[in-house]
Design a binder for this molecule. Structure first.
Ligand SMILES: *Cc1c(COP(=O)(O)O)cnc(C)c1O
Length: 361
């Protein structure tokens, strides 16, 4: 037996499992398991990425000034309070590393994103899981779970994998009610799908205990690039920049993300298509006896009569070359999370679920 062991907590982490992308024996596969943008990124982002190939011998910028300026202009934010990371995952990990350690508690909700628990355990802290109410963040339950040891409270708003969100009043009440030694982290990975929503940026501006995280992986269609960002009070930005790797983002990633954020017409087009196709998909599934909560994101959480039925439907969809996401690991065994794809994919998955419900197995 080796005497070399990792820090406490690390072996409690169940390795993250991403959405599948292949089905054995199937060639015409539709991947609806990772909430990717079916239309891909802005053409301007692809072009910037290509151009960046000519500078691969150069180290990238360490302060990400150009990307932060572009984000700040688009969103009306203070560039000095923006930090960029290798996906928003890196920002979430940096927050855990900086603010939570052994003996500290990190709150997440029962259907919350897996990275919150992983980040807490990786930092040696204790993750605390709080119930939701009808698959929606329950502010009272979170406040009741807070203790003197609470250092971080993570919510995604809108949430993954439920697709639901809570209003600005509730978020404000949460920020007001947590201990004054804790930070509230608002994960806005899906904020762009909600017309006119600032992701909580205004709250960050008003307070010293709220952080917002955002990503280029979802509506921007750049999941393969790994770029995310955070907006936080000055004191938090100062702390995170001390532990962030100076060259965490590559030159091509910085260039493509900057071009992407400047192409807001593309974002608006993708948002409009998603809203339309999401409504069609939810209505179609409901007509087949598969309800879902009103979703504010680019996926719907389809509810089946039982965990067995959800698993059987997942198998049937795979046999038809359709990959969706089982979410039993998020305490939702009777549900399947289905990304809103392009129109053909939505039709294909709705048709297959109709066949399944009609007796096809
Ligand atoms: C997809 C997603 C992210 C984004 O992760 P990246 O590291 O930026 O790709 C963050 N939070 C939630 C809830 C997500 O669903």
């Amino acid at each position: 037996m080796t005497k070399i062991t990792p820090q406490p907590g690390i072996l409690d982490i169940a390795p993250y499992v991403g959405g599948a992308s292949h089905v054995a024996g199937q060639t015409d596969v539709v991947k609806l398991s990772s909430n990717e943008n079916p239309f891909g990124p802005s053409e301007a982002a692809v072009e910037a990425f290509r151009r960046a190939a000519f500078d691969l011998h150069r180290y990238p910028s360490t302060d990400h000034a150009a990307l932060r300026k572009a984000i700040a202009e688009v969103h009306g934010l203070e560039a000095s309070r923006i930090i960029c990371g290798v996906g928003s995952d890196e920002i979430l990990h940096l927050l855990c590393q900086a603010y939570a350690g052994p003996g500290d508690e990190v709150i997440h909700t029962e259907h919350g994103f897996a990275i919150y628990r992983i980040g807490a355990l990786a930092a040696g802290a204790t993750p605390v899981e709080v119930p939701e109410k009808d698959r929606t963040t329950d502010v009272d339950a979170i406040l009741a779970a807070c203790t003197k040891a609470t250092k971080l409270v993570f919510i995604a708003n809108p949430n993954n994998p439920t697709g639901t969100m809570i209003g600005a009043d509730e978020v404000q009440r949460l920020a007001d009610g947590i201990p004054d030694t804790a930070l509230l982290v608002l994960d806005g990975a899906y904020a762009e799908y909600v017309e006119g929503f600032d992701g909580g940026a205004a709250l960050v501006d008003q307070r010293d205990n709220v952080v917002m995280t955002r990503t280029f992986s979802k509506i921007y269609g750049l999941g393969g690039l790994r770029v995310g960002w955070g907006y936080a009070p000055d004191h938090v930005i100062d702390v995170l920049n001390r532990i962030r790797g100076p060259f965490n983002l590559s030159g091509p990633a910085l260039a493509a993300a900057e071009a992407a954020v400047k192409d807001q017409p593309w974002v608006e087009k993708c948002r409009a298509d998603n809203t339309r196709l999401r409504a069609w998909l939810a209505d179609s599934l409901a007509a087949h006896g598969v309800p879902s909560d009103p979703s504010e994101t680019n996926f719907i959480l389809a509810r089946f009569d039982s965990a067995d039925e959800a698993a059987a439907c997942n198998d049937y969809l795979l046999s038809q070359g359709l990959i969706v996401r089982m979410v039993a690991g998020y305490n939702l065994p009777e549900c399947l999370r289905i990304t809103v794809g392009d129109e053909a994919s939505c039709r294909r998955v709705a048709y297959a679920i109709g066949q399944f419900k009609g007796g096809a197995r």
